[in-house]
Design a protein. Sequence first.
Length: 399
Amino acid sequence: MKKTLIALALTTLPVAAMAEVVLYGQMKAGYEVSSTKDTGESRDPYLNGIADYGSRIGVKGSEDLGHGLKVIWQVESAVHLGNSNGGGDSWATRDSFIGLETPYGKVRAGRISNQMNANMDDIDTWEYNNEALGLGKFTRTDQRYVGIAYDSPEWAGFNFNLLYSPRDNVNGGNRDKEYFIHSGDKYSLGLNYKNSGWFAKYGFDYLKNSAIHINSITEVPNTSDLLINTSRKDGQVHRFEGGYDANNWFVGVGYQYTKNASSYNRYVNDIGDKVAGSLAVINGATPEDLTVNDHKMGISNQGQEAALTVGYHFGNIFPKISYAHGWDVKVNGNKEKNTKYDQIVIGADYAFSKRTTANVQAGWLREGLGESYNAPTDEYYSNGKTKTTAFGVGLKHTF
């Protein structure tokens, strides 16, 4: 009798209320401790605290429109349980979109991950906030763009995706300000293949006006200003990942090449910040004129790096190790010595259930700080290296 009454009640609901709606998310946090030492200096005080590992909550749904057509939507937001590194908990901060799904693929519009962020974190199997505890340098090219995307169906293990973000969705500021960098259209392409545990993936981003190239620097007569002659440059990101994930084994290898994009070396990024500040002064900008994108101005650079992760499942325990290496960066076409990095992360996961996992890991990161010029001696000298040691333990639950 009760089942009959429930069925009758459901039939009285509007058709729209019968659309599929799913609440999902991940809650991830842990305790981290780390310390960094510069060459020739004493070790910094240990930093410790509760760190968030990318917690999120989302709502997604769909409605069958008939004839193989379905409307799909999603709203996903970040939830910070600990250190957020300045991140906010605003609504729809993660992938959020509306679109249509057909037998020939999906079309979505909104805030959407590029190929690297959506499909290419296989080798970064770690949960962390401190970059020494995971492959955050290697995966820094993971991005979300406001734009329109197409995702193909799968054919014999293959699929691809395309994403386009118009210039005014990247930065809707004044087009006349010549020093705007990171303000052009963005394009992303992804190719994926999997078969019997083997996988191979390729991601490509093309970034309009992503960096500046210094053509010449001259002093302005009777002033302390410098006249910097520059030109805008477009950027590229290429990432390859491949490996095997079956029969208890996980082996993944990755290679990444970046040109005029965010560098993995903070020394190079510091150069870009200084040039950006000089350009802002020369162009007569005031602090009120500068937007967030102005402070992300880059300098022409090229980088290559590789990463390897190996792990094996012993029942509920998954011990693993990662190694990453970045070669010396090129700035304005010249190799900057002492700008490479090396990293090792070792640890293990323990699965309490399919939804709940604990992690413990330790990491070591060493990166060069470039070289500086000594005018009196007409010589270059090394700025040394930073060495970071970190440890973390945490818990993850999905729903």
